[in-house]
Design a protein around this ligand. Structure first.
Ligand SMILES: Cc1ncc(COP(=O)(O)O)c(C=O)c1O
Length: 438
């Protein structure tokens, strides 16, 4: 293994990165185990973000590593167009069981972005298959993040991710976001204020007519724009309105799936059943890229009633890749064997208390928590949005903790195998950093 610094860093155009700033002072990770990364200088870095929200079971889980090793020696690749391999089918059954059979079918992708675009395409094709081809509009939400495909950025609500790329998909509208610091600051769990923002869907329906709307897509908890937790009853209300108007409801569970809220999925936590769920990340514990779309049985059935032939003209070369399937099956086993959800649930209160103990520190204007997520919002430096949190991120890395920042919000989402001592270390170091931040 190469643990030394690369000879040159100029050729790799890094994603979502200030390349020039990074390359001037790189942060290089070389190995990982359990709750910690090791950097190129041999420093231990506590993983406060599960990589990028994608390592719920912690790093280098032996069962997952062994499963991938075994599969690569047996079946390095197999197509899933007009043929298949057993692990893809076995995993699908296990995933549906993991949803308690609230969903009937799973379509494999390779990422969250692909899952989102797949779900949006399925929604359009579903209505068309049922003779409602006029339902072509897609409704997202301000401050939503649904990956970087053209579908995802169209329904997404982050200006910077949309502006450079032209007109995007036509026929898209957005619900308002639910973030309200004036009313909900320092809330533990779901905020009180903002349930009625779901009713904005009625306004959109009145404007465009329900017969033109295919689907609404939301993240149950918005992660990438800084941990926006839905107001009490908001998601239930969205469900009611979608059902009333024949609109499909898609939950983008790319970060909330696989235990983040201490339940298998956010739809379990909120007890709201969408028609489709997109997921990725924790699906393989981040070990092999993989995403998936879960659909209700009636969605799949609508396609199976078509005349014989390919029912959905969509798929990826690597849909159901053997290595990803092996990693995912082993991830599900690891969740069970190591009682990972139970561990997460047992630490929920401790996590919440530790996060809220930062209240009163310099620049902290909000703290919000749900499951094993925390968002800590800082007062921006005037004229330099994002600079204060980015400085905190760099300082944290230098001090041995990995945090994630988006704008001036620190988002924390550790592996679910953590212990109290890791929570103490994370928030202890963060408190010191905040006390000394300009
Ligand atoms: C809610 C949500 N959807 C989609 C994505 C995109 O996933 P990927 O980066 O795997 O394409 C992300 C990534 O963070 C996400 O948080």
């Amino acid at each position: 293994m190469n643990e030394s610094r690369p000879a040159s860093m100029s050729s790799f155009w890094m994603p979502f990165t200030n390349n020039r700033d990074f390359k001037a002072a790189p942060r290089l990770l070389v190995s990982a185990e359990g709750m910690y990364y090791k950097d190129v200088d041999g420093n231990q870095i506590l993983d406060g973000t599960a990589g990028l929200w994608c390592v719920p079971c912690g790093h280098a889980q032996p069962r997952i590593v062994a499963a991938v090793r075994e599969m690569i020696g047996q079946l390095d690749f197999a197509p899933t167009f007009q043929m298949g391999h057993p692990a893809a089918f076995d995993l699908a059954e296990q995933l549906m069981e993991y949803t308690n059979h609230r969903f009937g079918h799973v379509f494999y992708t390779n990422s969250g972005s692909e899952s989102v675009d797949t779900a949006l395409k399925m929604a359009l094709a579903y209505h068309r298959a049922r003779g409602e081809g006029s339902r072509t509009r897609l409704i997202g939400r301000e401050r939503g993040y649904h990956g970087v495909g053209f579908g995802g950025i169209s329904v997404g609500g982050i200006g910077g991710n949309r502006k450079p790329y032209g007109p995007l998909l036509p026929g898209v509208d957005h619900l308002p976001h639910t973030h309200n610091l004036a009313k909900n600051a320092f809330t533990r769990g779901e905020p009180e204020y903002g349930t009625e923002l779901a009713d904005e869907l009625e306004r959109i329906v009145a404007l465009h007519d329900a017969s033109t709307i295919a689907a609404v897509i939301v993240e149950p908890v918005a992660g990438s724009t800084g941990v926006l937790i839905p107001p009490k009853g908001y998601l239930k209300r969205l469900r009611e309105l979608c059902s009333k108007h024949g609109i499909l409801l898609i939950f983008d569970e790319v970060i909330t799936g696989f235990g983040r809220l201490t339940t298998p999925f956010a739809f379990d936590y909120f007890d709201v059943e969408p028609d489709m769920v997109t997921c990725a990340k924790g699906l393989t514990n981040g070990v092999v890229p993989m995403g998936a779309v879960f659909t209700k049985k009636h969605i799949h059935d609508a396609f199976m009633e078509a005349p014989p032939g390919i029912e959905l003209f969509h798929g990826y070369t690597y849909s159901g890749h053997p290595l990803a399937c092996a990693a995912s099956i082993a991830t599900l086993q690891t969740f069970k064997e190591q009682n990972i959800l139970e561990n997460a649930a047992s630490l929920r209160q401790y996590w919440e208390d530790a996060a809220h103990s930062l209240k009163g520190l310099p620049h902290v204007i909000d703290i919000r928590t749900l499951g094993l997520i925390a968002g800590i919002e800082l007062q921006p430096i005037e004229g330099k949005p994002g600079a204060r949190a980015y400085a905190a991120f760099k300082k944290a890395f230098a001090d041995g903790v990995l945090i994630r920042t988006t704008g001036d919000i620190i988002a924390l989402s550790p592996p679910l195998v953590l212990e109290k001592k890791h929570i103490d270390e994370l928030f202890g170091k963060l408190a010191t950093i905040l006390k000394n931040l300009d």
